[in-house]
Design a protein around this ligand. Structure first.
Ligand code: AMP
Length: 190
């Protein structure tokens, strides 16, 4: 049973690598961005609330995100473990995650951080924007906001896991399969 935080800036490849990891390890993918987009598509109250933040590239308030993750963990029975993708994005979310998992006698094995230079991220996000239908992928100002929010609010989450000796950095530039192999080497060492 593994509980892994896959970490990195927008456009780092978290979604792509998560898909391969769930296939290999049979883990449950918990992507808060995907969950919000599902709510948005279904027009739920939560989706309405998240919409304005998402469309501007800002973070949805912690209590909203934490409640949604808690529901998802509680409703997932017999999970072999979770890959957290795009969560936690603030130190408060990381603390709440530890607390939630402890109720199930679980903990995070480690955080795997994909390292990708900013100029590569911009190119990748714009490329994805051509097919993703995501308004936040298509406009320079929104992309700038997302990268700034990552640097200001999300990067400290890596320190949170580093202080527990749970942080592993991986080079996120190169062949998808090479990056995947590097990630699996880390997971297999847990
Ligand atoms: P993502 O698909 O992970 O890039 O997330 C898309 C958008 O959803 C983000 O820009 C935020 O507006 C929102 N979002 C996703 N995950 C979180 C989170 N953990 N905390 C706050 N907002 C989030």
């Amino acid at each position: 049973m593994y509980n892994i935080v896959l970490f990195g800036p927008p456009g780092a490849g978290k979604g792509t690598q998560s898909e391969k990891l769930i296939e290999k390890y049979g883990l449950t993918h918990l992507s808060t961005g995907d969950l919000f987009r599902k709510h948005l598509g279904e027009g739920t109250e939560l989706g309405q609330l998240a919409k304005k933040y998402m469309n501007e590239g800002r973070l949805v308030p912690d209590e909203v995100v934490i409640g949604m993750v808690e529901d998802k963990i509680n409703e997932t029975k017999d999970a072999r473990g979770f890959i957290f993708d795009g969560f936690p994005r603030t130190t408060a979310q990381a603390e709440a995650l530890d607390e939630m998992l402890s109720h199930h006698k679980l903990e995070i094995n480690g955080m795997i951080a994909l390292d990708v230079p900013e100029e590569v991220l911009r190119v990748r996000i714009k490329e994805r924007g051509k097919t993703s239908n995501r308004v936040d992928d298509q406009d320079d100002e929104k992309i700038n906001t997302r990268i700034k929010v990552y640097l200001d609010e999300t990067l400290p989450v890596a320190d949170y896991y580093a202080s527990q000796s749970k942080l592993q950095k991986i080079n996120g530039v190169g062949e998808i399969n090479q990056i995947f192999n590097d990630i699996t080497s880390v997971i297999d060492s847990y």
